[in-house]
Design a protein around this ligand. Structure first.
Ligand code: FES
Length: 64
């Protein structure tokens, strides 16, 4: 699913940036993938994907 139309960035790419490139907030994500630095329409969605990925990862770690 595309999150950022301006840069053609998908939710999977954002998840990967969080997991592999230690992106922790929208500022890091902008630097990394450009998400949100054009029209800004994707920012809210991108923020919730970052947050959700971090939550999922910490839940996974607790179980492991
Ligand atoms: S949709 Fe992401 S900056 Fe426009």
């Amino acid at each position: 699913m595309f999150v950022c139309m301006c840069y053609g960035i998908t939710d999977k790419q954002i998840e990967r940036a969080v997991r592999e490139d230690s992106v922790g907030n929208i500022r890091d994500l902008k630097k990394q993938l450009g998400v949100g630095s054009q029209c800004g329409a994707c920012v809210d969605m991108a923020v919730s994907i970052i947050d959700q990925t971090i939550i999922d990862d910490s839940l996974f770690k607790d179980v492991g």
